[in-house]
Design a protein around this ligand. Sequence first.
Ligand code: ATP
Ligand code: MG
Length: 332
Amino acid sequence: MTRIFSGIKPTGHLTLGNYLGALRQWVEVDQHRAEALFCVVDLHALTVEHDPARVRRLSRQAATLMLAAGLDPERCAVFVQSHVDEHARLSYLLECVATDGEMRRMIQYKEKSVRERERGGSVRLSLLTYPVLMAADILAHGADEVPVGEDQTQHVELTRDLAVRFNQRYGHTFVVPRATPPKTAARVMDLQDPSSKMGKSHESAAGIVYLLDEPDVVRKKVLRAVTDGGREVVYDREGKPGVSNLLEILAACEGCRPEELSGGFDSYGELKKAVAEAVVELLRPVRERHRELCAEPGRVDAVLRAGAAKARGTARPTVDAAYRAMGLMPAG
Ligand code: ATP
Ligand code: MG
């Protein structure tokens, strides 16, 4: 059976980008057709300046939202990365397979290290090696497919390279996975800056729709979205990035392609109103279910405990095999 792994970092409140680019596909498609594991990748949240109490809070919130969005613990494993030691154990072995040049070429490292320096901080070594830990997350579980947004495809390519290199050097150990981004809204852009991806760790919240935003806040953010010159509502990623982003969001909400909506609105204002209402309706059940789950925290804990136990079971044999393959002596 196909195995699927994916995760979300507790670096901020989950966004519409996380939902359309990843979570929704996990809920609607992936958990029904494969053996799936979904993870709050909390170790990754320590790669940048962080507040420990906030990371702990956001980890719980992310797990709760994953369940609220519809992940069914009867169908898939939902767990927290740091509860399963195999991820960190394997990461070290993969650091012995990856090169520093490879790490420095990663686009996200370049972008995030600039951001850290601009904030006046230093760049943590773990920010550089973070894609190796991500490779370990995926390879430990023998995942065939990794449903992620477009921004993560370079990291999945690196994961493939590391798996192939390891297998060639030390004998066949890892499944070589592939990224499976969604067809629509694989890269939702910031509503205030359509040239940059909507990201939960960005400082300015004005262009980011959070899953837990109140309906009126969602409406306000969408109605204030930056649009482009001219008046025509047409789908043209290059020429009209703001309008095209809104059309992509609407298409993802309505289950169609953005080209089909192109030309269907008389003004930018009319398009924005349609997008605002579609997003409010899309998020309504998630917010409601989240509220219910917050009232029973014991349930979330139980799901995460069972998920971690299952994840240890899928990861341990592969990680143990990697230890042996690389020449480490088994404990007596
Ligand atoms: P950060 O700013 O801390 O990197 P993020 O919002 O990018 O946060 P991640 O935890 O890095 O979120 O990514 C979780 C998943 O959501 C990944 O599969 C990623 O590809 C996807 N994703 C993140 N942002 C977007 C976006 N704007 N559009 C589509 N998918 C996205
Ligand atoms: Mg990201």
